[in-house]
Structures are given as structure tokens and as C-alpha cells.
Design a binder for this molecule. Structure first.
Ligand code: NDP
Length: 314
């Protein structure tokens, strides 16, 4: 049978390119879990995916109710779940004030981390039930976790501190930042990606042996053309792609990045659990090192426990 992969945020950028790459193999049915149904449907058609290769299902990660509803709706389809890809993200680098999810969490961490945290915890049960030979859960990370690169060291740097802002609700009353500091949209995004990478490792430690599920994260390269940068100032949007192409040489096309993530979904040679994948300039994959904070097991455990409380799992 075909594998079934759920991809969040498959209506543009990396998620769409990955959906397309998987559909093109003829071996996958992709559930595009998206907040904008019409946009996702149009996107799938625009890249030439054929009807039988995908299903669009509604998921708004900025609402925990929507996450639960998605899981129910997915279960009602009675399809197996073989791979989950947590890909969707918001990035608000120029926001002066925080905005908030339905439950009142700062939106970058609320969407990118807490929404995916609940989704992955709920869908782990479905993954366990699958009889697919290689079951995987992938959480897309970012270069923020690499200390061995220039881009990973550009300020404002991620820093979760002692998680005091998160523990106090991340709701703007006490703090809208995980470390309890002043709001900074770019930092909130980077913090959320560190949470993604810590969560992947904690899932690996808690569930890999018991379930056989492979947990992985990755940095697909700098895809300077995606919608992620839509809220940046126009001059940045103009200069960023050539800067990445010619100066840092970290640039990858959406198509290439989609192929990379599709490898993490299905390539037998990328089946190791607990790994953060990256690619060399010649497009060969390797197991990358994470920064000190993004591989801090104690912090991962604390993050897990605080996040469980916030999403109502504890
Ligand atoms: P895009 O903005 O193109 O894609 C983000 C996707 O997330 C969109 O489909 C968007 O939906 C969706 N999304 C946003 N908010 C929600 C929500 N509340 N509920 C459901 N879906 C939502 O960006 P990219 O493709 O670049 O980003 C994809 C992933 O890649 C992210 O995890 C990002 O952190 C990561 N990444 C990107 C890099 C890059 O250089 N671009 C580098 C490293 C990592 P909609 O279409 O409706 O807006």
C-alpha cells in the first residue's frame, strides 16, 4: 500500500514542495493539514499534484481546539498514519507588539511549538498503530540550533532561559517570551525552533524504543524565497535571496529543500532516530550537531513538562 504522510502547513514553501516530491514518487498519499483550505487546494493544483495523491484537511495550529478537531477528523477517515511532518510556522520579525493564539499564547511559540506539541502527542497513538515498515515523526528545525555556522549566530539569538515566561503562561500579562524578557518577534521564532528541536529529542528519548517510531529534525538550507519572510521589510525581501545565494552559499530552492525533507520522510538511509539532519553544498545529508541549548536534555524535559500543562495534557 501507499504510505500516508500528514504535513502541516503544506499550502506553501517547504511543506508544499515536500508534498509534491512525495506525491511524485507514486508511493505516498499526502494529507495537507492547512489553515486555509482554498489556498491549499489551489497550491496543490498549481504544482501539478493529482487528486488521488492528496487530501486537504483543516488545521489551524494557533488553536488547540482546532488541533483536537483535526485529530478527530483524521481518525474518522480511517486511514493509517505512517509519517507526521510538523512543518508549519509563523515568523514575525518586524512585529512591535506580540499577537496571540486562540488560547492566548504568543503566536510564534504558540503555533510553531505548542500547536505542534499537542498534535504530535495526540498523533503518536496513531503512528504506533501503523504497520508501515518505517514510521517517522519529523519536526522541522532551523539553523538557530547550529552553532557551527555564521547564520546560527546572528542576533537576536535564541535563548529559553529558565522558561519562566512560558511557565507563567506566555500570555503577555507576565511575559510573551519564553525567557520572560521583552517581546522580540525574531527571537520568539528562533526560540520556537529550539523548542521544536528539543521536543524531537525528548520524543526520541521517551518513545523511540517503545514504539519503533523514528523521530528526526532537520535544517533544509536557507529557502530564501518562501512566504516565511513575507512580513519582513521590502528591502530585506529584495536582498535576502541573492545574499544567501552568493555570500553565505546556504541558499536552496524550494524544490531542492522539498526533496531533502522528502528524504527524511522516506529514504531508508535516513531512518536513524534522534537525529538533526543537514546537507552539504553538494546536497549530501549528514547528522549535524546541535547547539548547547538545543541539545540540553534537562531543558528538554522541563520544556516538555511545562508544555504539557499549557496544552492541557497534564
Ligand atoms: P512558508 O511561510 O512558506 O510556509 C509556512 C506554512 O505554515 C504555510 O503553509 C502557512 O499557511 C502555515 N501556517 C502558518 N500558520 C499556521 C497555522 N496557524 N496553522 C496551520 N498552518 C499554518 O514558510 P517555509 O516553507 O519557509 O517554512 C516551513 C518550515 O521551514 C518552517 O518550520 C520553518 O521554520 C522552516 N524553515 C524555513 C527556512 C527558510 O529559509 N525558509 C529555513 C529553516 C527552516 P498559509 O499558507 O495559510 O500561510
Amino acid at each position: 500500500r501507499k504510505g500516508t504522510a500528514v504535513i502541516t502547513g503544506a499550502s506553501s514553501g517547504l511543506g508544499l514542495a515536500t508534498a509534491k516530491a512525495l506525491a511524485d514518487t507514486g508511493k505516498w498519499h499526502v494529507i495537507m493539514a492547512c489553515r486555509n483550505f482554498l489556498k491549499a487546494e489551489k497550491a496543490a493544483r498549481s504544482v501539478g499534484m493529482s487528486k488521488e495523491d492528496y487530501t486537504v484537511m483543516h488545521l489551524d495550529l494557533a488553536s488547540l481546539e482546532s488541533v483536537k478537531q483535526f485529530v478527530e477528523n483524521f481518525r474518522r477517515t480511517e486511514q493509517p498514519l505512517d509519517v507526521l511532518v510538523c512543518n508549519a510556522a509563523v515568523y514575525q520579525p518586524t512585529a512591535k507588539e506580540p499577537s496571540f493564539t486562540a488560547e492566548g499564547f504568543e503566536i510564534s511559540v504558540g503555533t510553531n511549538h505548542l500547536g505542534h506539541f499537542l498534535l504530535s502527542r495526540l498523533l503518536l497513538d496513531d503512528l504506533k498503530k501503523s504497520d508501515y515498515p518505517s514510521k517517522r515523526m519529523i519536526i522541522v528545525g532551523s539553523i538557530t540550533g547550529n552553532t557551527n555556522t555564521l547564520a546560527g549566530n546572528v542576533p537576536p539569538k535564541a535563548n529559553l532561559g529558565d522558561l519562566r515566561g512560558l511557565a507563567s503562561g506566555l500570555n503577555g500579562q507576565n511575559s510573551s517570551m519564553i525567557d520572560g524578557g521583552e517581546f522580540d518577534g525574531a527571537k520568539a521564532y528562533k526560540d520556537s525552533k529550539v523548542c521544536n528541536m528539543l521536543t524531537m529529542q525528548e520524543l526520541h528519548r521517551r518513545y523511540h524504543e517503545e514504539t519503533g517510531v523514528t523521530f528526526a529534525s532537520l535544517y533544509p538550507g536557507c529557502i530564501a524565497t518562501t512566504g516565511l519572510f513575507r512580513e519582513h521589510i521590502p528591502l530585506f525581501r529584495l536582498l535576502f535571496p541573492p545574499f544567501q545565494k552568493y555570500i553565505t552559499k546556504g541558499y536552496v530552492s524550494e524544490e531542492e529543500a522539498g526533496k531533502r525533507l522528502a528524504q527524511v520522510v522516506s529514504d531508508p538511509s535516513l531512518g536513524k532516530s534522534g537525529v538533526y539532519w543537514s546537507w552539504n553544498n553538494n546536497s549530501s545529508s549528514f547528522e549535524n550537531q546541535l547547539s548547547k541549548e538545543a541539545s540540553d536534555a534537562e531543558k528538554a524535559k522541563k520544556l516538555w513538562e511545562v508544555s504539557e500543562k499549557l496544552v492541557g495534557l497534564a
